[in-house]
Design a protein around this ligand. Structure first.
Ligand code: UDP
Length: 313
């Protein structure tokens, strides 16, 4: 197959590119590098199966030749990044989503939207099933991401219903692994950076809020199965092992062998109190479930961050 990956130089999308090239496909990655990094795809640039186009997908995009699939992965995704780029986040998920849908329609290609567990907002149902409509503040700071992704889902379903585009929607829960940016503000790189460098671990609020962390290769396998499936309604992909942020800080302290202090900081506005995917649908319809333990995934992530720090000197 020949697939386009928007946001192809990002954390998840670059791993997806690796997987599809390893499986024998051709990949075109498009990225404007607002939050993506050339370093994530540097090892692919000389590969004849890989093409890189540096541009904003909100602008008209010229693709020569056929396409069999479009993975729409482009968007700032960490709270730190989308709050730093609020308008770009809304545009890439609205204008950019329309452009990617038009491309898939013109090419008669499969299409996958990378949506998010943030569609559930601060969820009142726990764990979250795909049937839950969410509890989102439409004018809060996180709305630039949450509402933009909800719009993107609605637009995607409209193209499916109106034009018969072969669309899929994945709701991605917290994911971690090599190639996350140490300074992107998310809890996994933040705690690892702090623990590795002997700085206090910053817990926002009382640390009783929960998250469930999925290793990136498991997510990429879920995305691959989903785009090849006939499932048009949203599917959760995430790891259901749930931890409080305080418990997660303890895991990181043990892993890095550090006894660094804990520093409390205010809880960001609208920070979800709990999050855990119900993955029954992914299991039943895609035969998917996560296989990488938190211990193994974090060990690989630590190795990556240590190597990065060694290079940075
Ligand atoms: N968090 C924290 N300290 C940090 C960064 C994040 O306590 O330095 C908390 C944050 O308040 C949230 C959870 O960790 O409850 C996950 O945050 P992240 O930014 O990784 O992603 P989110 O799930 O909120 O999108």
């Amino acid at each position: 197959m020949r697939v386009l990956i928007s946001g192809g130089a990002g954390f998840v999308a670059s791993h997806l590119a690796d997987r599809w090239i390893a499986d024998g496909h051709d990949v075109i990655a498009v990225d404007n590098l607002i939050t993506g990094r050339r370093a994530n795809i540097a090892h692919l640039l000389e590969n004849p199966a890989f093409t890189y186009i540096q541009q904003d997908i909100c602008d008209p995009l010229q693709i020569d030749g056929r396409l069999d699939g479009v993975f729409h992965m482009a968007s700032p995704a960490s709270p730190f990044d989308y709050l730093a780029h609020p308008i770009e986040t809304m545009l890439v998920n609205s204008v950019g989503t329309k452009r990617m849908l038009d491309l898939a329609r013109a090419q008669n290609a499969r299409y996958l939207l990378a949506s998010t567990s943030e569609c559930y907002g601060d969820p009142l149902e726990h764990p979250q099933r795909e049937t839950y409509w969410g509890n989102v503040n439409p004018i809060g700071p996180r709305a630039v991401y949450d509402e933009a992704k909800r719009f993107a889902e609605a637009m995607t379903m409209s193209y499916h219903r109106e034009y018969g585009v072969d669309t899929k929607i994945v709701r991605i829960f917290n994911t971690y692994g090599p190639r996350m940016k140490l300074d992107d503000g998310r809890v996994v790189p933040a705690f690892l950076d702090q623990a590795l460098n002997g700085r206090p671990i910053t817990i926002f609020g009382d640390g009783s809020q929960t998250r469930s962390f999925c290793y990136v290769s498991d997510l990429v396998d879920g995305l691959t199965r989903l785009i090849l499936s006939e499932e048009h309604e949203p599917v959760n992909i995430g790891n259901p092992t749930e931890l409080t942020i305080l418990e997660f800080a303890e895991v990181i302290q043990k892993l890095v062998g550090s006894s660094c202090a804990i520093e409390r900081q205010p809880l960001p506005k609208d920070d979800p109190k709990q999050r855990k995917p119900d993955i029954t649908k992914a299991k039943e319809r895609l035969g998917w479930e996560p296989g990488v333990s938190l211990a193994d995934g974090l060990a690989a992530t630590v190795e990556f961050f240590r190597a990065q720090q060694a290079v940075a000197g």
